[in-house]
Design a protein around this ligand. Structure first.
Ligand code: HEM
Length: 519
């Protein structure tokens, strides 16, 4: 099948990275629990007999009023709150506010670094993420005294591949900070930290927009909807659209494999740490600490094909039968959550979004068969929903036939492209925006790839140059030494004559000392 073939060209990294980058853009917080209907069953229990068949569902927190100055009807629509910044700005590494940010920074070291785990290091002495301080950690497992990791995004422990990526970025930050300190001995901790953060944000943007998005939506959609960068546009709203987070970017759930592979240095099944079922990787950072660090997991993501979404079996049972969601003491079903979340947020139906994207509305079964790769799936969906207007957008989008050169159907490609363009053009700190970096620095930033970041922050020595496109080891793999690296010399700066400036980081430390004295 064509859709299977296209996804099989991709590596597992292609769900690892966007999982993380999706977390850059939106975090929907939840409020009171309400019972939800169990989808997929033959009976309809809601709301009368939930004892056996309902899944708990917490509605999302609404935002009170949005969009002063907008069309009044639009402004009165209830939207849901985004608990993080929507920008692709490295917030998964640094958090979206000062509280989390201060917890993550190594404020005592005066070196601009992020704080690392005080208790454990990996087999080669590389650092791990710090622990959360909660005593009642969901991550605790048997005798292993390993709590949840802390990172800029609270979902860091959701799965081992995701945790590994968070850790790569932490290490990358600290490496860059160390080099910048060495190059610019006169920089204070605050300057080192902020400059490093700026670089990490730029790397996220480059990898997302240059290396990842075109492979998902295809070059044609990329050129038509996103196009080349034309500078910061203050009229563009860069917030995360509801439909992007609640439906379109959740296409990724259909690319998740039921198994997380762990591979040895020859990209073969690891002798000591075999591959795991997906559910065994949820909230289990102890496996990273006690089972060989992140290298086997990262090799697994590089050395394995992405799961191909089938239109008649969209999500693996590991996600529909074994999903763990914090604070809910039963196995959950991600497909049901996605559908119910779309309804909770009041998303218009599939046909309205096709309209929005300039695609033909579906009026008949024959129309639907034209856009869905599997005719029997089209029939089953229409039987269930009775009318095309009723189809939930997440489902409709997932079963569409892929557009040429893309790995999603035209409606999701359109919605993803529109969002990505807004995130780029509406971001005044976009890495290519005027005044952000010198031309020399930009040239250096462009040398970086996800593969190089993996090389620099693990003991992996051979990688594919493009971490997203699959090739079976050793075909196409290169030595890490052969991949271009960013030269931070471009950030070397002559010492300024102005000696009156008090470094901000020193002010922060002084305040702490003051507090200590008073206490
Ligand atoms: C094993 C892998 C994954 C697991 C276990 C997982 C789990 C979840 C869960 C539990 C939610 C919240 C569902 C709800 O209550 O509405 C969610 C939301 C989401 N997921 Fe995933 N996910 C995974 C991979 C991915 C990937 C690969 C992507 C993107 C390509 C992605 C994109 C999103 C987005 C955009 C949201 C909405 C975020 C928000 O608005 O708060 N996820 N995921």
């Amino acid at each position: 099948m064509e859709r299977t073939r296209r996804w099989k060209q991709m590596r597992r990294c292609s769900h690892l990275f966007p999982w993380c980058s999706g977390h850059h853009i939106r975090l929907t917080r939840e409020r009171s629990p309400v019972p939800s209907l169990k989808l997929g069953g033959n009976k309809f229990f809601f709301p009368f007999d939930c004892a056996q068949s309902c899944l708990p569902f917490n509605r999302s927190l609404p935002a009170c009023f949005n969009g002063f100055g907008r069309d009044i009807l639009q402004a009165m629509q209830q939207q849901q709150m985004n608990a993080i910044t929507s920008f692709i700005d490295g917030s998964v590494v640094y958090g979206s506010g000062p509280k989390v940010n201060n917890l993550l920074r190594d404020l005592c070291g005066l070196n601009g670094k992020l704080t690392v785990n005080e208790h454990f290091k990996d087999p080669k002495g590389r650092p791990y993420l710090p622990f959360e301080e909660s005593l009642q950690s969901v991550c605790l497992h048997g005798e292993e005294n390993v709590a949840c990791f802390r990172a800029g995004d609270s979902r860091v422990n959701e799965g081992l591949p995701l945790t590994s990526l968070h850790l790569l970025w932490l290490r990358q930050h600290n490496q860059i900070a160390e080099t910048l300190k060495h190059l610019n001995g006169h920089w204070n901790a605050e300057t080192i930290y902020e400059e490093t953060r700026k670089i990490i944000g730029a790397l996220h943007q480059i990898i997302t927009m240059r290396d990842y998005v075109p492979k998902i939506i295809g070059k044609e959609f990329f050129d038509n909807y996103i196009g080349p960068y034309g500078g910061y546009d203050p009229t563009v709203d860069p917030s995360a659209s509801n439909v992007f987070a609640t439906a379109a970017f959740r296409f990724g759930h259909a690319t998740i494999s039921p198994v997380v592979r762990r591979l040895n240095a020859s990209y073969q099944e690891h002798e000591s740490f075999p591959s795991l079922k997906l559910h065994e990787t949820f909230f289990s950072p102890w496996r990273i600490i006690k089972e060989g660090g992140i290298d086997p997991i990262v090799r697994g993501a590089l050395g394995t094909q992405a799961a191909a979404p089938h239109s008649n079996k969209l999500l693996t049972d590991e996600l529909t039968e074994r999903l763990i969601v914090l604070s809910i003491p039963q196995d959950m079903d991600l497909a049901s959550l996605n559908l119910q979340r779309g309804r909770d947020h009041g998303l218009p139906g599939y046909n309205d979004w096709r309209d929005f994207c300039g695609l033909e509305r579906i009026r008949t079964l024959e129309d639907f068969k034209q856009v869905v790769s599997d005719a029997s799936v089209a029939e089953r969906i229409l039987q269930l929903y009775k009318h095309p207007d009723n189809i939930d957008i997440w489902l409709g989008g997932l079963v569409e036939t892929f557009s040429p050169g893309s790995r999603t159907g035209p409606m999701f490609s359109c919605l993803i492209a529109k969002q990505m363009k807004a995130l780029r053009d509406g971001d005044r700190f976009w890495w290519e925006a005027d005044g952000m970096f010198s031309q020399e620095q930009r040239d250096e930033l462009l040398k970086v790839s996800l593969s190089k970041i993996i090389c620099e922050n693990t003991d992996i020595t051979e990688v594919p140059p493009d971490a997203f496109i699959f090739g079976k080891y050793p075909s196409g793999y290169v030595s890490c030494n052969n991949l271009p690296a960013m030269n931070l010399e471009a950030w070397r700066e002559e010492k300024s004559e102005d000696t009156n400036i008090i470094p901000k980081a020193e002010l922060i430390i002084d305040k702490t000392k003051e507090g200590d004295k008073q206490g």
